[in-house]
Ligand binder design. Structure first.
Ligand SMILES: NC(=O)c1ccc[n+]([C@@H]2O[C@H](COP(=O)([O-])OP(=O)(O)OC[C@H]3O[C@@H](n4cnc5c(N)ncnc54)[C@H](OP(=O)(O)O)[C@@H]3O)[C@@H](O)[C@H]2O)c1
Length: 399
C-alpha cells in the first residue's frame, strides 16, 4: 500500500522498522535513513526476510536541503521521524517542500534551551493544511498512547473528564549502576527540569522531583513516583474539553535519583558549553558519550513497564473513575524485536500512527496531536501489534 521513510536508527527506530515489516500489507517498502549509515545497515540486517522491501540511506537531518533531496529520491508516502526532537522542524520543512505526510514521537526542543513546547510545531498548522498534508505529533507511548487513551475514555466512558493522572512506571532492571532507557541527553533534560501540572486553567510549577507519591501498580507492585512536566499536558489541556487537572508521574528508584543528583551537583548534566583542552564541549553530551547506549540495554533488562491514565469525571450525571493501562515485559520485547520495552512502547505506536495515515483513517491535512484523531482504529491495532490494554473501573486513586 505505501512506503515510509524512517529517520533515525536508534532504539525506537529499530522497533518501528521491525513493526513495519510485521505489517507488510500497509508498509510495502521502508527506507531507514540516519546520520550513521552503518547503524541503518546493521538494523536492516536484523530485519529478517518478510515481504517489506528495506533500503537504507545516510542523511544529516539537521539539514533541510539534504532531507528534501532524500525524500525526492525515495518518494515516501510518509516520513516517520524517530531521530531526536532537535530535528523536528527541519524534517517538517522538508515534508512541506515535498508534500509528504509527517509523524513524530517527541516535540521540538531547541538544542540550547532545555524547554519543550508545541508552539514551534503548531505554527505549521496552516502551512500543512494548505499543502494538503498531515502531521501527527507525539505518537509514541507518552506522549502518544496516553493521548489516544484520553480520546478513547472521552468517547466511550465519560460525558466530561475532570482529571487525568498519567502514570509511567518502569520496573525494568538493566544491571548497570546508572543508564537511561532512551536517549540520555533527552531523558536527563526532561527529569532535571522543573515539574509542572495543569490545574483550573493554568500550569502550576514545582521544583524538580518535589512532589512524590507511592502507587501500587498492577503487575509491578508498589513504586515511588514523582511529578514531572511532560509534553502531552500542553495539548491535552486544550483538546480535552472541561478537564480541570492533569498530572504526570514517573517512577524512579532511589539509586537513579542519587546518581542523577551527584551528576547534577558536579555539573555533568549542564547544557552550557565549556572549554576543555581546546575544545568546546557540552557536559551533558559528554555524559551521553560515556553512558551505555539505550539500544544496548535490551539483552540485559528484566521486568515490566506499566504506563496508563487514571480518569475521573461524569457519565450520565454520576461520578466515575477509570484506569486504562498497558503492561509490557522487557524480555518479551527483546525476544521479539531485539529491544527493551521503552523503545518498544514508543516504536509500536509510531508504526500504528503511520499506518493510520497511510490507510486514510487519520488522513487530515494540518498539524494534529494524537487525541484529535479517532482513537478506535488505533486501539484495535495496539492489541494486535503487541501492546494490549487493560481496564479497571475501580482503581486506587493518586492522592
Ligand atoms: N513518546 C514517547 O513515548 C517516547 C519515548 C522514548 C523516546 N521518544 C523519542 O524517540 C526518539 C528516538 O529515541 P531513541 O531512544 O531511539 O534515541 P537514540 O537511540 O539516541 O536514536 C536517535 C537516532 O537519531 C539519529 N540522529 C540524531 N541526530 C541526527 C541527525 N542530525 N541526522 C540524522 N540522524 C540523527 C541518531 O544517529 P546516531 O546514531 O548517528 O547518533 C540515532 O540513530 C527521540 O526523539 C525521543 O525523544 C519518545
Amino acid at each position: 500500500m505505501g512506503k515510509a521513510l524512517i529517520i533515525g536508527a536508534g532504539g525506537v527506530a529499530g522497533v518501528v522498522a521491525h513493526k513495519c515489516c510485521q505489517n507488510s500489507d500497509v508498509f510495502e517498502e521502508i527506507c531507514i535513513a540516519s546520520r550513521t549509515l552503518s547503524k541503518c545497515e546493521a538494523l536492516k540486517d536484523r530485519l529478517q526476510g518478510g515481504k517489506t522491501k528495506v533500503t537504507t540511506a545516510q542523511v544529516d537531518a539537521d539539514n533541510t536541503q539534504e532531507l528534501i533531496a532524500l525524500i525526492e529520491k525515495v518518494k515516501p508516502d510518509i516520513v516517520i521521524n524517530v531521530a531526536l526532537p532537535y530535528q523536528d522542524l527541519t524534517i517538517m520543512d522538508a515534508c512541506l517542500a515535498t508534500k509528504v505526510d509527517y509523524l513524530d514521537t517527541a516535540n521540538y526542543e531547541p538544542p540550547d534551551t532545555a524547554k519543550f513546547e508545541y508552539k514551534w510545531q503548531w505554527a505549521y498548522k496552516e502551512k500543512f493544511k494548505e499543502a494538503g498534508i498531515t502531521a501527527v505529533l507525539g505518537c509514541g507511548f507518552d506522549p502518544g498512547v496516553t493521548g489516544i487513551f484520553s480520546a478513547y475514555a472521552l468517547k466511550h466512558h465519560f460525558d466530561e473528564i475532570h482529571s487525568i493522572d498519567i502514570l509511567d512506571a518502569n520496573a525494568g532492571d538493566h544491571g548497570y549502576p546508572f543508564a537511561t532507557n532512551f536517549n540520555p541527553e533527552i531523558n536527563i533534560r526532561e527529569v532535571t527540569a522543573k515539574g509542572r501540572y495543569y490545574e483550573n486553567g493554568q500550569f502550576v510549577e514545582t521544583e524538580p522531583m518535589e512532589i512524590k507519591r507511592v502507587y501500587n501498580f498492577p503487575e509491578i507492585g508498589e513504586k515511588d513516583m514523582y511529578l514531572l512536566y511532560h509534553e502531552e499536558l500542553e495539548s491535552l489541556a486544550i483538546n480535552i474539553p472541561g478537564v480541570k487537572r492533569i498530572r504526570f508521574f514517573m517512577t524512579f528508584s532511589q539509586n537513579y535519583l542519587t546518581h542523577l543528583k551527584v551528576l547534577e551537583n558536579v555539573g555533568m548534566t549542564s547544557i552550557e558549553p565549556i572549554d576543555f583542552e581546546g575544545h568546546r564541549i557540552v557536559p551533558l553530551q559528554f555524559l551521553k558519550a560515556v553512558l551505555p547506549e539505550p539500544a544496548s540495554l535490551g539483552p540485559r533488562t528484566k521486568g515490566k513497564t506499566n504506563i496508563g491514565c487514571i480518569f475521573t469525571g461524569l457519565k450520565d450525571g454520576k461520578e466515575k473513575r477509570y484506569y486504562l493501562y498497558n503492561v509490557c515485559d522487557h524480555q518479551e520485547c527483546y525476544q521479539e524485536v531485539g529491544s527493551q520495552a521503552i523503545s518498544y512502547t514508543t516504536g509500536v505506536p509510531a508504526m500504528i500512527g503511520a499506518a493510520m495515515v497511510l490507510t486514510g483513517k487519520w488522513k487530515k491535512p494540518g498539524v494534529y496531536n494524537v487525541e484529535e484523531f479517532d482513537p478506535d482504529p488505533f486501539m484495535e491495532e495496539l492489541s494486535k501489534f503487541g501492546l494490549p490494554w487493560q481496564e479497571n473501573f475501580n482503581p486506587d486513586m493518586v492522592e
